[in-house]
Write a protein that binds this ligand. Structure first.
Ligand code: F6R
Length: 241
């Protein structure tokens, strides 16, 4: 595991964009595993700027996102499809048909999960997986629990996650209670993992994940078992390391 020290959010975002851009340059037809939320937002802005400067070509890239809220349409401003469209996909030359997220509107959750796992199997190992970390140690929406869930599943979001994500919604009642998330297996099978952490709210989770025991109670701790993890964390997030 490599820990890259970033001074602040902007520095973290620039350094993360460097790694993603390098991946695309080295392997133009790569599969990127992507996250939403505050952590990667600045990185996406950097990648868009590099594309617009003529330095980054997404035309052969495939993306597969970690998660999606159950029940939100792609047009819903808080859906992760909407986030990805507006922060990245609509601003670069990626083929929209090669951008994948779980279907938040699927009628049958079990079928939705099966279909996502089948897709992941078809795409093969993710070349580079970008992760944020929840204040409770979650990755994707793999919430703290008693076992690591290998496959895509529909989760009841933890109260702490609903609270954390409330900032994006008008009212707490509007935050979806369930989400689809990629399981731990495709994350661990990714060739390379880049974990982003910014701010003091991530300090404890980051410490527990990197330096304490591997346990499903801290889902990100499973990353200790992967051989190529780069953590890019700013000063506040590294406070307890
Ligand atoms: C989102 C995701 C989540 C977030 C995590 C941190 O696609 O997978 O695990 O990465 O909740 O969220 P932020 O970055 O908003 O602090």
């Amino acid at each position: 595991m490599v820990i890259i020290n970033a001074t602040d959010y902007t520095d973290m975002s620039r350094k993360a964009a460097n790694l993603v851009a390098a991946q695309i340059v080295i392997k133009p037809a790569c599969v990127l595993g992507l996250a939403t939320g505050s952590s990667p937002e600045g990185m996406y802005a950097q990648l868009v700027a590099r594309h617009q400067a003529g330095d980054l070509d997404f035309s052969h890239v495939t993306t597969v996102n970690l998660d999606e809220y159950r029940g939100l349409a792609p047009s819903h401003e808080q859906s992760y499809r909407y986030f990805m469209d507006h922060h990245l996909f609509h601003h670069v030359n990626i083929d929209p048909a090669r951008t994948f997220l779980p279907n938040g509107l699927a009628a049958d959750p079990a079928e939705c999960c099966r279909a996502y796992d089948a897709l992941l199997a078809t795409l093969g190992p993710i070349d580079l997986q970008v992760l944020g970390i929840g204040g409770n140690g979650h990755i994707g929406f793999n919430e703290p629990g008693t076992a690591f869930e290998p496959k895509t599943h529909c989760v009841d979001l933890a109260d702490t996650t609903i609270e954390a994500n409330q900032r994006f919604f008008e009212r707490r009642e509007d935050v979806p209670r369930q989400a689809y998330t990629m399981g731990i297996q495709p994350i661990l099978q990714a060739r390379k993992i880049v974990l982003l952490a910014s701010g003091s709210g991530k300090a404890q989770a980051l410490r527990d994940a990197l330096y304490d025991k591997v346990t499903p109670a801290v889902p990100a701790s499973v990353l200790q078992l992967h051989s190529d993890v780069t953590v890019i964390a700013d000063t506040a997030a590294r406070a307890l390391l």
